[in-house]
Ligand binder design. Structure first.
Ligand code: SAM
Length: 448
């Protein structure tokens, strides 16, 4: 039997908080379990994403109404209040009376009469008096953090790197619902044909902005189609599609994808190589490389060979200069994909940046000797933090005279990116608001 959608949403939110689980994974699991009616899936998604995304703003709104402070409440009560205020402030189509009534019913069921009356009192006060204004917060970092619901350390770093206007735009776009984009498998179809095929299966799409390989889903579930099962496309963000292009793989070459799972870029590389030559895709664990195998099979890409290994150890056992090109799509803090994974805002700490930057530098150091003279090495991340991006590649170039910036990168990226102020000879940062895609960093280095 299906359950009350708000109760399920609260349960998912509690689990995200407790287990630091990813909201997209948990939400998909819940939807697939059939716990809520089909017609409630939209509301469930909105409640979960909205509450996670706006957590700090919702805390700011609630603070004046909880005398002893929000932290004095049981965690589930705090989450219930946040979810309810989210509805009061942001979901105009839901009547306020219904929001409060549902919250009180859940509070009574999960707690006792006292909890119900506390929740009732707080929400009625919010309804009567309205939420506080951001204007009162005079400190710039704090105000932006509350207004757009980002941790203060992130706001401070972005302000220092990008200034107020860009930071504000970046945070604003991260609060929008994410888009689903598809990469056309050019070995089997093309953009126009795939649009028609998907339409016949009830999925409406439009062409992407940046890539001739991209379709954006406007309506329907593209992953429950025959087109998906028969390998006509792969789920991939548009900026992510630029990475394999930046590598410029050619049929017949020997390529290493050194951090490859779940295989989004490996499969793209194989498609660009017409499935001819060799592509070795390495990732840490067997269960991770299995994901690459599954995608390669679905897309009919037989050239991909997978290896489960720490690429640092793998490179020590591999002869130097084995590959024509290497992709290092490094593990990173993921600050460019907050729109799709809002939990990243709360799960990451500032100290994580330095820790992950050390690993990125180590992996780059380890794979560099495997590149042939004259070969290309692309370093990419889905973060927009300079410590994980420019700082890594600039230090690498300074300490490795055998490498230089690959200025031919401009030939392999779309004109509008090459013309943008963020393009430098050899690398580019794409911010989430530039083209409403994930934030990405792509650098190309050449071995002399
Ligand atoms: C950003 S993800 C790669 C995404 C992938 N390129 C794609 O497009 O689907 C980074 C990957 O690096 C892997 N990784 C982290 N440290 C590694 C190491 N030392 N050796 C190999 N893989 C590593 C992680 O397991 C993770 O799957």
């Amino acid at each position: 039997m299906s359950k009350n959608v708000r109760e399920v949403a609260l349960q998912v939110l509690i689990q995200i908080e407790k287990e630091q689980a990813y909201s997209n994974l948990l939400l998909n699991q819940t939807i697939n379990s059939g716990e809520v009616e089909k017609r409630d899936i939209g509301l469930l998604t909105e409640l979960v994403y909205g509450t996670v995304q706006r957590k700090l703003t919702l805390t700011f709104f609630l603070t004046p109404f909880v005398k002893k402070g929000l932290e004095s409440l049981e965690p589930w009560v705090k989450t219930l209040l946040q979810m309810s205020v989210y509805q009061l402030v942001y979901l105009e189509r839901v009547p306020e009376r219904a929001v409060i009534h549902e919250a009180v019913t859940i509070a009574k069921k999960r707690g006792h009469d006292g909890t119900a009356s506390l929740v009732n009192g707080i929400l009625r006060s919010v309804q009567r008096e309205g939420v506080p204004s951001f204007e009162k917060v005079t400190n710039q970092t704090k105000r932006l953090a509350f207004e757009y619901s980002f941790p203060k350390w992130m706001v401070r770093r972005w302000l220092a790197t990008y200034g107020e206007e860009e930071t504000r735009e970046m945070m604003k776009v991260s609060l929008k619902p994410p888009v689903v984009s598809l990469r056309v498998n050019q070995l089997k179809t093309n953009q126009e044909d795939l649009m028609k095929i998907l339409k016949e299966e009830g999925v409406l799409t439009r062409k992407g902005e940046l890539s001739s390989d991209a379709l954006i889903v406007e309506e329907g579930n593209a992953f429950k189609t025959n087109a998906y099962r028969s390998g006509l496309f792969t789920a991939q963000d548009e900026s992510s599609m630029l990475v394999a292009k930046a590598l410029g793989p050619k049929a017949g070459e020997h390529i290493l994808d050194s951090c490859a799972a779940p295989g989004g870029k490996s499969t793209h590389i194989a498609e660009l190589m017409n499935n001819e030559g060799s592509l070795l895709s390495v990732d840490l664990h067997e269960h991770k490389v299995q994901l690459i195998r599954e995608q390669a099979k679905r897309l009919d890409l037989s050239m991909i060979e997978v290896v489960a290994a720490d690429v640092r150890a793998f490179s020590q056992k591999t002869p130097a200069q084995s590959f024509d090109a290497i992709l290092l799509d490094a593990p990173c803090s993921g600050l460019g994909v907050i729109r799709r994974k809002p939990d990243i805002k709360w799960a990451k700490k500032e100290s994580d940046i330095q820790d992950i930057a050390e690993i990125q530098a180590m992996i780059l150091e380890a794979v560099a000797p495997l590149l042939k003279k004259g070969g290309r090495l692309v370093y990419s991340t889905c973060t927009i933090d300079q410590e994980e991006n420019e700082a890594i590649v600039e230090h690498f170039i300074q300490t490795h005279p055998e490498f230089q910036w690959d200025i031919t990168l401009s030939d392999r990226l779309p004109e509008e990116i090459v013309q943008s102020k963020r393009y430098k000879d050899g690398y580019v940062t794409i911010l989430p608001h530039d083209y409403e895609t994930d934030g990405f960093f792509i650098a190309s280095l050449k071995k002399k």
